[in-house]
Design a binder for this molecule. Structure first.
Ligand code: FMN
Length: 209
């Protein structure tokens, strides 16, 4: 089949918005920020990726509003005001708190504490990292871009940041490499589906040159 996204993202026979299932798997950027009032915010973003490696840059996309409001998501308000965020890797053992941190709660709620997570200190930015996450990237905002809004004029935004500090749990460094099987990173699929990386799903392919 072929469809034009201008006609909507649920063309027959799709019963649900289909786009999220078309670009998979996606990494999950578990983004911590802090408000100017000092409240810690945490939320998962699967419109997230690494953009370049040297200097390392990443991006995440706060799209839409907080449910039932026309207020921007806290992860957007906070970076606009402070220029800082932290990427935390979401691993299989952190699935539940990651999902809990996607709830829309007032900006006054510390979402790290609410999800039962311990905050770890950062070196170069104010927002804390998720202490139990094996990888955290401290980021400073480079640009915030407005993407085209939805057909109902709901905003879509991209936050691009440069990584200024990198935390790696020593336990996942094996023989001088990062051991992905030990971390079991989560991947986002469409709908409410996820996948996890485990030893039996990893294989190595040499490059042709
Ligand atoms: C796995 C997962 C991925 C998500 N990815 C996105 C995303 O890429 N963009 C987005 O706007 N919301 C995304 N959400 C929803 C946000 O996490 C949710 O709106 C959250 O409440 C935003 O919190 P905040 O207001 O604290 O920033 C995702 C939710 C889950 C569970």
């Amino acid at each position: 089949m072929y469809f034009d996204p201008k006609d909507g993202m649920k063309p027959p026979p799709f019963a649900h918005t289909v786009y999220n299932a078309l670009v998979v798997p996606r990494p999950i950027g578990w983004i911590s920020t802090i408000s100017t009032a000092g409240v810690i915010n945490l939320a998962p973003y699967s419109f997230f990726n690494a953009l370049c490696g040297d200097p390392p840059c990443v991006m995440y996309c706060p799209n839409g509003y907080k449910t039932g409001t026309t207020e921007p998501k806290d992860s957007l308000t906070n970076v606009r005001e402070t220029g800082e965020f932290v990427y935390n890797m979401c691993t299989f053992d952190l699935l539940e708190p990651m999902n809990a941190s996607s709830a829309h709660v007032p900006a006054s709620v510390d979402e790290m504490a609410a999800a039962g997570l311990e905050a770890g200190e950062c070196m170069q930015v104010k927002p804390p990292r998720v202490k139990n996450s094996p990888i955290a990237l401290e980021c400073k905002v480079l640009q915030i871009l407005d993407l085209p809004p939805t057909r109902n004029d709901v905003p879509n935004t991209t936050v691009i940041g440069q990584v200024v500090g990198i935390h790696v749990d020593d336990d996942v460094i094996v023989d001088g490499k990062i051991d992905a099987a030990k971390m079991q990173p989560l991947a986002r699929l469409g709908y409410l589906d996820y996948a996890k990386i485990t030893a039996d799903t990893i294989f190595t392919v040499p490059r042709p040159d």
